[in-house]
Design a protein around this ligand. Structure first.
Ligand SMILES: NC(=O)N[C@@H](CC(=O)O)C(=O)O
Length: 428
C-alpha cells in the first residue's frame, strides 16, 4: 500500500471525549497538526465525530472462487464505506484458504487492490472438512502472518481436533475462531431458530443448545490448553451465560456478535424471505436483549459483521434451499448506533472498543484500533451520528444485494474513511 499520498489535514474534528481539534496525517501516521506543510489536502470536518478506523473480525470477501458475489476490491470498498480500515477475511473461499500460498494470495491481492487492510484467516482443517489440521504453522509464518484460524461456515465438531488446534496455535499466540454449531443437533436442514415459528413454518429447527454445547465444550478446551478461543457470531442467551462463566474463571475466550443479531428476530422469517436466512439463525427477542446486555458488560467483546455476499441465483430459492447469509459491512455502524448508542446502552468510548480496539487486539493487529494520537497509524472514520437514511440495497459498493436492511430507516453516519493516510471513502 503506497504511503506517498499528499499530507492530509482534517480540521474542526470532534473527538469522543468531547474535545475538538485538527488531525494531520503524513506518511500514513498522525503528526502534530501545527506542522502542516503548504502542500496539504484539506478536509473540513466541522460538526463531525472522529472514530478510529473500524475493524471487522468476521468478513467473507469470496475471493478466490466466487468473484461473482464479491471480490477483495469490492468487499473492502464496502468496508471503507462502512467506516472500516481493516477486515479479517474468512477462509471459506474456493479453494479454501488452508495453505500458506492461499493466505498469501489473499494478502497480496489486498495490498494491490484493497481499500482496507485485509487480514487473512486460515482454515483450521484441510478443506474445512473437520478431519485433519491445515498448515497452521506455515500460514502463521507466511507473509500473510495468519493469527486467526477458523472453519467458519462449518463447526470444528471433533473435540480432539479442536484441542490439537488450540494446542498448536499457543506457540505463537494464535486464536481459534469457532463457528459453534453441533452438526448433530443442528444438521444440514436446520435453518430457523427451533421454536414456535420453525414449527409453524415447517422449517428445520436450529436449537439454541446446538450453539451453547459447543461453546461450553470449547471454553473448557481453551482452559485445558491455555490457548485463545474466539466465539464467532454468538446468537443465544445460553451461550452468553457460558461465556460469562468462562470469563469469570479467567479463561482466554473472546466473542463477537453481529449487527443483525442485535436487532432482528426470528419474526423476520415469518414471510419466508430468504434474505433473513442466516447461520446462526435469527433468534427471539429474549436472545437479542441478552446479546445487547453482553456487549454492554463485556461478556461479548466485539462486533463482527459476518458480511456474507450471495448471488441472486443462490438466494432466490425456497427458504429451506437458499444460501445462508446477509450483507453487513456498509450498515454495521448504523445498526450499532441504533441499537446501542441511541438506546443509551453504551457510549462512544464503548463503541470504539467493540468496533475497533477489541477486534484489532483479538486479531493481533498492532497497526489498527489505535487512538487518534500522534504516532498512531492514520486510520479513522468521520461520522455524522445524527444522519439517517432509508437503506437501498441497490445503492451498495458490494457486488451482492442480499441486504436485510433494505427499505429500513437507519443511521447512515459515515462521511469519510481514511486508511493509513489514504482517503478510501468520501461521501459524495
Ligand atoms: N453466516 C452465514 O450465514 N453464511 C456464511 C457462512 C456461514 O454459514 O456461517 C457465508 O460464508 O455465507
Amino acid at each position: 500500500m503506497s504511503t506517498s499520498q499528499r499530507p492530509l489535514l482534517i480540521t474542526g474534528v470532534e473527538f469522543v471525549d468531547g474535545s475538538g481539534g485538527d488531525l494531520l496525517i503524513i506518511d500514513g501516521a498522525f503528526v502534530d497538526p501545527d506542522r502542516a506543510p503548504a502542500d496539504v489536502e484539506r478536509v473540513d470536518a466541522t460538526g463531525l465525530l472522529a472514530l478510529p478506523g473500524l475493524v471487522d473480525p468476521h468478513t467473507h470477501l469470496r475471493e478466490p472462487g466466487r468473484e461473482d458475489t464479491e471480490t477483495i476490491a469490492t468487499g473492502t470498498a464496502a468496508a471503507a464505506r462502512g467506516g472500516f480500515t481493516a477486515v479479517a477475511a474468512m477462509a471459506n473461499t474456493q479453494p479454501v484458504t488452508d495453505t500458506a500460498e492461499a493466505a498469501e494470495f489473499v494478502h497480496d491481492t489486498a495490498i494491490r487492490e484493497g481499500a482496507a487492510k485485509v487480514q487473512p484467516v486460515g482454515a483450521v482443517s484441510k478443506g474445512l472438512a473437520g478431519e485433519e489440521l491445515a498448515e497452521l504453522g506455515l500460514m502463521a509464518r507466511s507473509r500473510a502472518g495468519v493469527r486467526m484460524f477458523s472453519d467458519d461456515g462449518r463447526c470444528v465438531a471433533d473435540p480432539l481436533l479442536m484441542r490439537r488446534a488450540l494446542e498448536y496455535v499457543r506457540a505463537f499466540d494464535g486464536v481459534i475462531a469457532q463457528h459453534a454449531q453441533d452438526p448433530r443437533l443442528a444438521g444440514p436442514g436446520a435453518c430457523c431458530h427451533e421454536g414456535e415459528i420453525s414449527g409453524r413454518l415447517g422449517l428445520g429447527g436450529w436449537p439454541a443448545v446446538a450453539e451453547s454445547v459447543i461453546v461450553a465444550r470449547d471454553v473448557q478446551l481453551a482452559e485445558l490448553t491455555g490457548s485463545r478461543l474466539h466465539v464467532c457470531h454468538v446468537s443465544t442467551a445460553e451461550s452468553v451465560e457460558v461465556l460469562r462463566w468462562a470469563k469469570q474463571r479467567g479463561i482466554r475466550v473472546s466473542a463477537e456478535v453481529t449487527p443483525h443479531h442485535l436487532l432482528l428476530t426470528t419474526d423476520e422469517v415469518l414471510g419466508y424471505d430468504p434474505t433473513y436466512k442466516v447461520n446462526p439463525p435469527l433468534r427471539p427477542a429474549e436472545d437479542v436483549q441478552a446479546l445487547r446486555q453482553a456487549l454492554v458488560d463485556g461478556t461479548i467483546d466485539a462486533v463482527g459483521t459476518d458480511h456474507a455476499p450471495h448471488a441472486r441465483q443462490d438466494k432466490e430459492h425456497a427458504f429451506a434451499d437458499a444460501a445462508f447469509g446477509m450483507l453487513g459491512l456498509e450498515t454495521a455502524l448504523g445498526v450499532v448506533i441504533e441499537t446501542m448508542i441511541d438506546s443509551g446502552l453504551i457510549d462512544w468510548f464503548r463503541l470504539v472498543e467493540v468496533m475497533s480496539a477489541a477486534p484489532a487486539r483479538i486479531l493481533g493487529l498492532s497497526d489498527q484500533g489505535q487512538p487518534l494520537v500522534e504516532g498512531s497509524p492514520g486510520n479513522l472514520t468521520l461520522i455524522d451520528p445524527g444522519a439517517r437514511a432509508r437503506v437501498d440495497a441497490g445503492d451498495s459498493l458490494s457486488l451482492s444485494r442480499n441486504n436485510p436492511w433494505h427499505g429500513r430507516d437507519l443511521p447512515d453516519p459515515v462521511q469519510l474513511t481514511v486508511w493509513s493516510g489514504r482517503i478510501t471513502y468520501r461521501r459524495s
